[in-house]
Design a protein around this ligand. Structure first.
Ligand code: ADP
Ligand code: MG
Length: 335
């Protein structure tokens, strides 16, 4: 069995058994699974009807970071920003660390884009602006995400004009998912200096934002090779192209924005503030042309999820739970 592989349900250590988390929260359905963690829906016992998300991190995935944990969490709890999923509480027991987070119910970024009817550069620009503002806020506080990727961008609610939220901020130090994911061979969003094993800082987030912006405008990743070594080389050289025909209708301003974020030299790379000030974000250079057909077709092809990874939509889960609860009530009344 792989060291960090998913355990079968039979072997799974019971969550919350020896922790105070069960005094405060009712742990319910799975909302999503990551490499080393599972995110569960939970209901507040003191305020029934109030739901949160609880990220259960297997202690096997935390490498000798135990003492720093409480300090980190204290810092994170005090920081809040409209585009960052708030961390509210932490519990632990022998097997798991439980991070209680604000529940977001709007689903993942790419899923929503694929479902939409129309999608433009301007939509992508607005998404990137919110991400940049959240990341800039955390950078100001000295916190680096290190694992920015589309799966960590979640819609706050299912309404069409919902804001986007960044999850997992500051958690990479705890989970170390960034480096582990790299070791496991999904380096798509990792900056060249990380692969080169040089010391790195908040510039790595700006690189990842560039990669995300690239995908948001064409639906496929800037670096791809079946062979990991070749893929590493592409990233290390920051070798990417705006291929025809996919990029033919995209503005020069958008391309310039991406070039400045996916800049090999971290010292010359745009900071969040520079990126926010760029006309594609703050001016009028983002185009209004509908690019949905081409982008969503590419996303469908390149970002299909395997079944076990598919996230459950929190709204659907809550609705289902309410139905079940009402059904039980009805039955009681009938008896
Ligand atoms: P990863 O390591 O891939 O980021 P996570 O363990 O962070 O995985 O989360 C897995 C999935 O759980 C996410 O992709 C998302 O669908 C869901 N999820 C994470 N955080 C929340 C949250 N605060 N509210 C609702 N769903 C969440
Ligand atoms: Mg995540």
């Amino acid at each position: 069995m792989p060291l960090f592989g998913r355990k079968s349900d039979g072997e799974k250590k019971e969550r919350g058994k020896d922790s105070d988390i069960r005094k405060k929260y009712d742990l319910k359905e799975t909302l999503g699974t990551g490499a080393f963690s599972e995110v569960l829906l939970a209901e507040d016992k003191i305020q029934p009807g109030k739901f949160v998300a609880v990220k259960c991190i297997d202690r096997m995935g935390i490498v000798g970071k135990e003492e720093s944990l409480t300090n980190e969490i204290e810092v994170l709890r005090r920081l809040n920003h409209p585009n960052i999923v708030q961390l509210t509480d932490v519990f632990e027991d022998k097997n798991y660390v439980y991070l209680v987070m604000e529940l977001v119910t709007g689903g993942e970024l790419f899923d929503r884009i694929m479902e939409k009817g129309s999608y433009t550069e301007r939509d992508a620009s607005y998404l990137m602006k919110q991400v940049l503002e959240g990341v800039d806020f955390m950078h100001e506080k000295g916190i680096v995400h290190r694992d920015l990727k589309p799966e960590n961008l979640l819609y706050y609610s299912s309404s069409a004009d919902s804001k986007i939220m960044i999850s997992d901020f500051g958690l990479s130090k705890i989970e170390d998912s960034g480096t582990m994911a790299t070791a496991c061979g999904t380096p798509g969003y990792v900056a060249p200096e990380v692969l080169a094993q040089q010391p790195y800082g908040k510039e790595v987030d700006c690189w990842s934002i560039g990669v995300i912006a690239y995908i948001l405008l064409c639906g496929y990743p800037p670096f791809y090779d079946e062979n990991d070594a070749a893929l590493f080389q592409q990233i290390l050289r920051a070798e990417f192209e705006f291929d025809s025909p996919y990029w033919d209708d995209i503005s020069e301003s958008a391309k310039e924005f991406i070039r400045n974020l996916m800049c090999k030299d971290p010292k010359k790379r745009f900071t969040c503030k520079q990126a926010i000030a760029f006309p594609w974000i703050s001016g009028n250079t983002a185009l209004d042309k509908n690019i949905h057909a081409s982008v969503s077709a590419q996303m469908q092809k390149n970002f299909i999820k395997s079944k076990w990874k598919r996230a459950y939509n929190a709204t659907a889960v809550i609705r289902q739970m309410r139905k079940l609860a009402m059904h039980k009530e009805d039955k009681k009344l009938q008896e």
